[in-house]
Design a protein around this ligand. Structure first.
Ligand code: AMP
Ligand code: GLY
Length: 426
């Protein structure tokens, strides 16, 4: 069997690594992939952009692809699943209408309100003056969100009214997000601790993954600007059993049901970004795909075969399969380029990956890397996701950081406190 995997991040390397463990899979083609997928067992990169649907379809037809798996949100939002399905090709991920839960924050809020899913109060605006008026009325702190996809940069958590108005100016007047900023959602600031709730769904049944937590701000103790995620771990003790059941029954199922009422069958991954304040849970956002870096520690805990799960989602028989997880915790530390999340340089040689993995129970997932003349070079902001599995959280954190210590590249930086929040709760 051959698989076509779309994307180039740490998330996609983790999916490729997990799929490669299925004996029936012979080849995994990664479009465009990264330095890690270039070297992974059974994997090879193909130089096709994630949004070049014509070439991806042609490739799938010419290479006897059993299933195409989509990592990132952009191709999903542009309707890659609809295109592949109309060609009779099997593909894992939500269709264009379903992907709108991530591609439009206004649509996402409307769905949540209709389905009674707890979320922050909000207003929706299409012009600067009325948005500004709302901010002045509500006061700070307040959160400004560009409606469309903005590569994770569309949200401003404004501590002051001025900051919120500046964000509105950038969106409506400077048009920094282009059409993604034609509409804005302004919402109530929520306090608490964030957690990621991810689940598989076939549009009928929802099967949650184990819990996880991302670390969005760039510096220790959640200081500095937000990034795509500087590290993650699983399980997240902030997600008590009660909250986990609430997330399944009062958030994920109502989402799938509400979409069904609108004739949208959601197949794929549901990712709910949650804000937890004691017993109170609210949804910050829905994503229509695996999280990055949450996928790295999650898939390292997945015992079951991933292809079987993807097939069950597509064939709508998720209810019939059993998904098993290892009980041991996992911790993932992201190593980033100097300057990230702002400007950074690329092309520095990375050393020590093999010695990190030789520690055992460590997998170094690549994100922004490329392979050139047998050398692994930095090629993005988030470079590596060093992931460890151990017998308890404390020793797993230690193992992950021992692995990080073996790795070196110019100007690298990483957070030193990944999973400390969990440790404080144990
Ligand atoms: P989003 O893309 O909507 O998840 O927002 C990105 C990040 O902004 C979240 O992970 C939170 O850290 C923060 N954020 C979003 N909405 C809120 C809110 N209503 N209150 C506080 N923080 C928020
Ligand atoms: N880890 C955040 C995201 O994948 O959106």
């Amino acid at each position: 069997m051959n698989i076509l995997l779309i994307g180039s991040g740490g998330r996609e390397h983790a999916i490729a690594w997990k799929l490669s463990q299925n004996e029936n899979i012979k080849n995994i083609f990664c479009a465009p992939g990264n330095g890690g997928t270039a070297k992974e067992n059974k994997c090879q990169n193909v130089d096709i952009k994630v949004t070049d649907f014509d070439r991806l379809i042609q490739f799938a037809k010419e290479n006897d692809i059993y299933m195409t798996v989509v990592g990132p949100e952009d191709p999903l939002a542009l309707g890659i699943v609809d295109r592949f399905e109309s060609e009779g090709l099997k593909i894992f991920g939500p269709n264009k209408m379903a992907a709108k839960i991530e591609a439009s924050k206004a649509f996402c809020k409307e769905i949540m309100v209709s389905a009674n899913i707890p979320t922050a109060f909000y207003g929706e605006f299409t012009d600067f003056e009325s948005a500004k008026k709302y901010v002045l009325e509500k006061g700070a702190p307040i959160v400004v969100k560009a409606d469309g996809l903005a590569a994770g940069k569309g949200v401003t958590v404004a501590a002051t009214v001025e900051e919120a108005i500046d964000a509105l100016k950038e969106i409506f007047i400077d048009k920094i997000f282009g059409d993604a900023g034609n509409k804005v959602v302004i919402e109530e600031f929520l306090k608490g601790e964030e957690a990621s709730f991810l689940a598989f769904t076939d549009g009928i049944t929802v099967v949650p993954m184990v819990s996880s937590q991302d670390h969005k701000p760039v510096y220790d103790n959640d200081k500095g600007p937000n990034t795509g995620g500087m590290g993650a771990y699983s399980p997240a003790p902030v997600m008590t059993e009660k909250l986990y059941n609430f997330a399944l029954n009062k958030i994920a199922y109502p989402l799938v049901e509400e979409l069904k009422k609108r004739n949208i069958v959601y197949k794929g991954i549901i990712y709910a970004g949650l804000m937890i304040d004691g017993e109170d849970v609210k949804v910050l956002e829905f994503n229509c795909r695996f999280g990055d870096p949450e996928t790295q520690p999650l898939l390292m805990r997945l015992e079951s075969d991933l292809l079987e799960i993807f097939d069950a989602c597509i064939n709508q028989n998720l209810k019939e399969i059993k998904i098993n997880w290892y009980s041991e915790p996992t911790v993932c530390v992201v190593m980033a380029s100097g300057g990230y999340p702002k400007d950074y340089k690329k092309g520095y040689e990375i050393t020590g990956i093999d010695s990190a993995e030789q520690l055992g129970n460590v997998k170094v997932f690549h994100a922004g890397t490329k392979l050139e003349n047998e050398k692994v070079l930095t090629n993005g902001g988030r470079v590596l996701a060093v992931t460890a599995r151990g017998k308890d959280l404390k020793s797993t954190i230690k193992l992950a950081y021992s692995a990080v210590e073996k790795i070196n590249f110019k100007d690298m930086h990483f957070r030193k406190d990944i999973a400390q929040k969990a440790l404080r709760r144990l």
